[in-house]
Design a protein around this ligand. Structure first.
Ligand code: NAP
Length: 678
């Protein structure tokens, strides 16, 4: 019996009763599954996310969410072979499948690590330091988790990665999700989603799944909800005008198609490493996933003299591709996802041919295939065109979502910038050149049209990730036609999913609200030394005020000769006095830090286990021989590392002189033990 893609709603799998839309074997056109959402109660599904999943997630701190995501990534990694077993049905080779499956799991690992290392063990993110607006009144931006649900509408080409990349950011942000995969590969997304449920790691209601159409769900979305769309610009345009978006303010972000560029710099002749990297990059993009990548190169910009060498180098490489059923050994490129996609690509190439000449492949030849069914499968040959007219609109507007790219000559940097910008906004462009001055000028002018720029030259050619690789640490998204969203980009994409709110309040209240002490709030003197207090018992604002130490000329001399730092400002009275900054010899800043530690440190073993750094160090005033310093050391914030018995303390430190003027400020970072359990 043909597999029916099921939906997962409120903790139960529901198999549709009707047949639904067919899902084809990409190599032979046989129906392998169907998908339908008939019978899915979208209202109940969204209510379940809001009332069960949302509260469960919001009760978890970023640290707990990070740990859960890490465990999920490990669990899924252990089951990749099950996903690969049937993946070839979609036309993907094993290498293609790995990009999708292990690439997606990699995103989970990266976001888990970011949450554990860079976010507090809390449920809100506090941005930067508060602004002092007027006396006793501050302003501060915080990020909180919306009360709604995030609906993922995904594209067919990355059924696993597309789901996991969005899940990573939404889960860390604390938002329950509903995943709607694209129908042509919904059965692959379903299998991977089943693994997520089977892991039992994510709280109930935090993830649900719809096989088939999701159109009816949008009627139930409101202002706390979000739609995260990946797919074609045409579908994005339709969804952007959905009533929930236009009338009720549902957040809508789109990652749409784009006509990405790769550029060969004027310095990169055929014998350069840059030229080789350039050709290799194009070949990789066209053959990987049969060119079905949103980031794939569609436009190849080269100086006029390099059009033919580029085409020839590409044809030589593309000629070695073995097209066929990816499940048959020896195949290096599979078919497109189905015959309908093949027909779409064929009609897009016909549109491109209005402004460009075909140099290989194209819609009118029967591709040579080593295996599979040329008629019923989605086979399409690697296709290269050369523009007849660099400004023909089709070559800048049409995305043929397959192994298709057009070579376009440019005559000058101004010409190149004008041509690249005709893509109206792309996910990525790559530039092969070894001339930083030329690239910098180009970068400043084309960056506004891109989410990411990859620069390739002899330095990084061997190690740089491919043009099309969307990396979790870097922005994945793009302006204009590319949709204006950013699915990835480190913690910036987590914040993108949360609500930014400015809080204004008095300093003491601000400390209570944000759980971060700031110098406008009260520094509370302690009766015991803070280094004798366990992490659990230390309170924000707990402060040590030290005694003073007079800085002498002997100290400065000693420090200079001991360390070798004999900079004139410390050693030469006349030269120091002649500088516009100093009135004479001054103490070394590093000596002041060391002297400060000598004032505040409590030497005996105790709860403070180690010092692991300083942040935001500023020397704000010189200290002259004969002046004295004292230190204020205040507990600014705490981060408990669950399960370790220790955590981190950030101390706000201010050094002052005898006139109470601040001479240095910084944050000291220590590792502190929790109170031992009985
Ligand atoms: P698509 O046809 O636009 O479909 C994308 C998703 O939208 C599918 O899940 C589809 O569901 C759903 N959908 C279609 N009409 C809808 C409607 N009226 N209401 C709600 N949902 C609707 O795109 P695709 O063919 O799957 O993917 C290929 C395109 O995606 C390419 O253009 C590619 O460049 C782009 N893409 C972009 C990125 C990126 O990150 N920028 C990543 C991958 C792909 P059904 O399948 O059930 O119709």
């Amino acid at each position: 019996m043909t597999h029916k893609v099921s939906s997962y709603i409120a903790g139960a799998w529901i198999t549709p009763e009707d047949e639904g839309a067919p899902i084809f074997d990409a190599s032979n056109g046989e129906v392998v599954a169907t998908a339908s959402s008939t019978g899915v109660d979208f209202e109940a599904m969204i209510a379940h996310a809001r009332t069960v999943g949302g509260p469960a997630l919001r009760a978890m701190t970023f640290t707990q969410r990070g740990l859960a995501l890490k465990n999920l990534a490990k669990y899924l990694k252990g089951r990749v072979d099950e996903v690969y077993a049937d993946y070839g049905v979609s036309g993907a080779t094993l290498a293609d499948a790995r990009v999708d499956v292990e690439g997606g799991i990699g995103v989970l690992f990266v976001y888990a690590s970011k949450a554990l290392k860079e976010l507090p063990n809390d449920t809100i993110i506090v941005e930067g330091n508060p602004e002092n607006i007027v006396d006793k009144h501050q302003g501060q931006t915080i990020y909180t988790t919306p009360d709604g649900v995030a609906v993922f509408i995904n594209a067919f080409n990355f059924p696993v990665w597309g789901m996991l990349e969005k899940l990573a950011t939404a889960f860390i942000a604390g938002i329950p999700v509903i995943v709607k995969p694209a129908t042509p590969t919904a059965q692959i997304a379903e299998l991977s989603f089943r693994h997520i449920i089977e892991s039992g790691i994510l709280p109930e209601g935090s993830v649900q799944f719809v096989g088939g159409s999701i159109v009816g769900a949008l009627d139930h979305l409101g202002g706390q909800d979000a739609i995260l769309f990946t797919g074609s610009a045409a579908t994005a345009a339709r969804l952007r005008t959905a009533a929930c978006v236009v009338e009720r303010g549902t957040k809508f972000t789109a990652e749409a198609d784009s006509v990405n560029a790769t550029i060969l710099g004027p310095d990169a002749g055929v014998d350069t490493e840059e030229f080789s990297a350039f050709v290799k990059g194009i070949f990789r993009e066209l053959s990987s996933k049969t060119g079905q990548k949103c980031t794939c190169i569609r436009r190849i910009f080269v100086p006029p003299a390099l059009v033919e060498p580029t085409v020839n180098a590409l044809l030589a490489r593309l000629g070695k591709i073995v097209v066929g059923d990816p499940r048959v050994e020896g195949t290096t490129m599979g078919p497109l996802v189905n015959a309908s996609q093949r027909d779409d690509v064929a009609s897009s190439v016909r549109a491109l041919m209005k402004g460009a000449e075909l140099r290989c492949g194209g819609p009118d030849i029967v591709p040579t295939i080593a295996s599979g069914d040329a008629e019923r499968g989605g086979f399409f040959p690697p296709t290269v065109l050369v523009a007849n007219d660099s400004r023909a609109p089709q070559i800048h507007e049409v995305e043929a979502f397959g192994p298709v790219a057009t070579v376009i000559p440019y005559t000058s940097t101004d010409d190149l910038v004008d041509l690249v910008s005709r893509g109206e906004g792309s996910l990525v462009a790559s530039v092969a050149s070894h001339d930083p001055a030329w690239i910098r000028d180009l970068m400043i002018r084309i960056a506004p049209y891109h989410g990411r720029l990859l620069i390739l030259d002899r330095e990084n050619a061997a190690t740089a990730p491919p043009h099309g690789a969307a990396l979790p640490q870097l922005i994945h998204g793009g302006p204009g036609r590319a949709g204006g969203g950013a699915e990835l980009g480190g913690l910036r994409s987590v914040k993108h999913m949360m609500q930014a709110t400015s809080i204004s309040a008095g300093p003491e209240m601000m400390v209570g609200l944000t759980q971060v002490w700031n110098p406008a709030a009260e520094a509370k003197p302690l009766e015991v030394h803070p280094f004798r207090i366990y992490l659990d018992d230390l309170k924000l604002g707990d402060t040590l005020f030290t005694g003073s130490r007079t800085i002498t000329l002997e100290d400065i001399e000693h420090f200079a000769h001991f360390t070798g730092d004999t900079f004139y400002a410390h050693m030469d009275e006349e030269a120091a006095a002649a500088s516009p900054i100093f009135k004479g010899r001054v103490a070394h800043g590093y000596f002041l830090l060391a002297a400060a530690a000598g004032l505040f440190v409590d030497p005996d073993p105790g709860p403070v286990l180690a010092n692991f750094g300083l942040e935001n160090l500023r020397f704000t005033q010189p200290v002259y021989p004969g002046e004295s310093i004292r230190v204020r050391l205040t507990c600014k914030s705490k981060l408990v590392r669950p399960g370790t018995g220790w955590g981190e303390v950030t101390w706000d430190v201010a050094l002052t002189n005898e006139k109470d003027e601040v001479v240095a400020t910084y944050q000291l970072l220590t590792i502190n033990a929790c109170r031992p359990t009985e």
